[in-house]
Design a protein around this ligand. Structure first.
Ligand SMILES: [Zn+2]
Ligand SMILES: [Zn+2]
Length: 264
């Protein structure tokens, strides 16, 4: 028995004797099964060929994988009272990453923007005895159910010490972002793009399927009341250092214009 890991999205599945028949996350139109077919790895194989990479990214500490694996996101460790909250997650947990987390007092919890980054959440939660905070609207995408997973309902969740989860929807129905006193952590829900004067929003990023104008207008309206200057996307270096609130609003307006035939 082992917890098979999808090589394309990095999701870890509940223990089975044989690899699962398919990865529902990758079979969904927002992801893809590669032309070469569905492939699996195991925690032991993954650890043999990869290590975690812990380093500063902007003002926060990031945790990623070397060499990059699956979607290759990096997680972020966000100060939260005496401990840190892990924002998004990665498929691998090794001793180096655990030592870094322990140096910071452990984890208060793990909150994940959407199912593409559920990855190794149960491994991390068990190691640090903390909950995984996911939005209930995405419950169907949990491939490894566990008592550590805490689903929340509604539009916002106050985590205390200045942290708030905001359900934005869009890319996923339960797509959530994390607001701190100065910063928005957005995963793929608000996407940092090469042109740092704008961000973007999509139903599928790999398959280039846009969101309806109404949905993008709704995401912008949900974020408008929150003050933030910086914004962190899903990968190393996807950081808007300043002016992010205006960038999000301006980008939503540009996106809606484009859908209505008014190209920039
Ligand atoms: Zn997958
Ligand atoms: Zn995604």
């Amino acid at each position: 028995m082992t917890t098979y890991i999808c090589v394309t999205c990095g999701a870890q599945f509940a223990e089975t004797d044989a690899p699962p028949p398919a990865c529902p996350i990758c079979e969904d139109p927002r992801q893809y099964v590669p032309e070469s077919g569905q492939a699996w790895t195991t925690p032991a194989e993954l650890a043999a060929g990869h290590r975690t990479e812990v380093r500063a990214d902007g003002e926060l500490t990031g945790v990623g994988m070397e060499p990059p694996f699956a979607i290759a996101q990096r997680a972020l460790l966000v100060p939260h009272g005496e401990r840190r909250l892990m924002w998004d997650c990665i498929p691998l947990l090794d001793d180096a990453a655990a030592a870094e987390v322990e140096r910071g007092g452990g984890l208060s919890g793990i909150a994940i923007s959407h199912p593409h980054y559920y990855s190794g959440m149960v491994e991390w939660a068990r190691r640090f005895g903390c909950p995984v905070l996911l939005h209930a609207d995405d419950a169907e995408w949990i491939m490894r159910p566990d008592a550590a997973v805490e689903l929340w309902d509604g539009e916002t969740k106050d985590l205390g010490d200045g942290l708030t989860l905001i359900r934005c929807g869009g890319h996923f129905a339960g797509g959530q972002v994390l607001h701190t006193e100065t910063t928005l952590l957005s995963g793929d829900i608000v996407q940092v793009i090469p042109d740092r004067s704008h961000v973007s929003f999509m139903y599928s990023y790999p398959n280039l399927v846009p969101l309806p104008a109404e949905t993008v207008r709704d995401i912008a309206a949900r974020l408008e009341p929150y003050a933030f200057d910086a914004l962190y996307g899903a990968w190393w270096g996807t950081v808007l250092g300043t002016g992010a609130h205006a960038i999000v609003q301006r980008s939503a307006a540009r996106y809606i214009d484009a859908l209505q035939g008014k190209l920039p």
